[in-house]
Write a protein that binds this ligand. Structure first.
Ligand SMILES: Nc1ncnc2c1ncn2[C@@H]1O[C@H](COP(=O)(O)OP(=O)(O)OP(=O)(O)O)[C@@H](O)[C@H]1O
Length: 259
């Protein structure tokens, strides 16, 4: 089906990943447009994380990748991030000994070209710059649902839901054209899940292309515009949530298994 709308923000073609003799991903192609949420689902071991690793060049792979119309197949992960392809991982990733706010400041300072040490130990004459970074960091954290009351705490002392949102905010940093999230709802309860859904919808409204691997079917079916189903490293189906939910192959391979 030909889809109307803007050009893809990210397009991958024929991605393949092998671990020795094991074929983890075999010729997988997909694309996501600005202001679209693409969900990637599939049973355990289907190749979802391998697909992320392949896209962000964190593993040896075959296939090609285009970001904002530019081929970026050979770019290293940090080069992709600099072009606006950002990724958050399954595990929370932050400095445990820094406050929530300083974690965010460190990312913003790095993206602004200031080193971590300098960002934390800026001399007095740069205090104003430090304050501006802190204000930017605080506003960004609030946007991702981490309230100011938690900003001075170490991340490990905040509720788990806030830790997940912090990880996403740190991945997003000063902004992303494409944001790839790996199981962002893992371990979240109902209220946190609703807050996460609101953040994802907000990113979509701003024109960010969002890709989400998720096992929580309610969440992915309610926020995704399109869904790609992987099974044993291969694409099994792609379509709207409604199409996917009534696809007999999907029901048998995945949703049926979960029922
Ligand atoms: N580093 C690795 N070395 C060897 N095999 C791996 C490695 N990483 C993944 N695999 C294997 O590749 C296949 C795909 O794994 P992958 O983690 O991509 O699946 P997944 O869909 O993300 O699974 P899950 O939902 O459990 O996270 C699995 O059979 C897995 O055991």
């Amino acid at each position: 089906m030909i889809q109307a709308g803007p050009d893809p923000a990210l397009r991958v073609e024929g991605l393949g990943v092998r671990y020795g003799a094991l074929v983890a991903l075999d010729g997988v192609s997909w694309e996501v447009r600005p202001g679209e949420i693409l969900g990637i689902i599939g049973p355990n071991g289907a190749g979802k994380s391998s697909c992320y690793d392949a896209t962000t060049h964190m593993t040896a792979r075959s296939g090609r990748v285009w970001l904002l119309g530019q081929e970026v197949t050979t770019r290293p992960p940090h080069g992709l991030a600099a072009l606006g392809l950002k990724r958050a991982f399954q595990q929370n990733a932050f400095f445990a000994s820094l406050s929530v706010l300083d974690n965010m400041v460190a990312v913003l300072a790095r993206e602004a070209g200031t080193g971590l040490l300098a960002s934390l130990l800026l001399p007095w004459r740069e205090a104003a710059r430090r304050r501006a970074l802190e204000e930017e960091a605080a506003a960004l954290l609030e946007r991702f649902g981490v309230p100011r009351a938690l900003h001075a705490l170490p991340p490990g002392s905040t509720p788990y839901g806030s830790q997940r949102m912090l990880s996403i905010a740190l991945a997003f940093g000063r902004g992303a054209r494409v944001l790839m999230l790996d199981e962002p709802a893992a371990g979240l309860g109902g209220a946190d899940m609703a807050a996460l859904a609101a953040v994802l919808r907000g990113l979509r409204e701003e024109g960010v292309a969002v890709v989400v691997i998720e096992h929580h079917m309610d969440l992915i079916m309610s926020v995704a515009d399109r869904i790609l189903v992987l099974e044993q490293g291969r694409p099994l189906a792609t379509g709207t949530p409604a199409e996917i939910q009534r696809d007999p192959r999907v029901l048998e391979a995945y949703l049926g298994q979960a029922a």
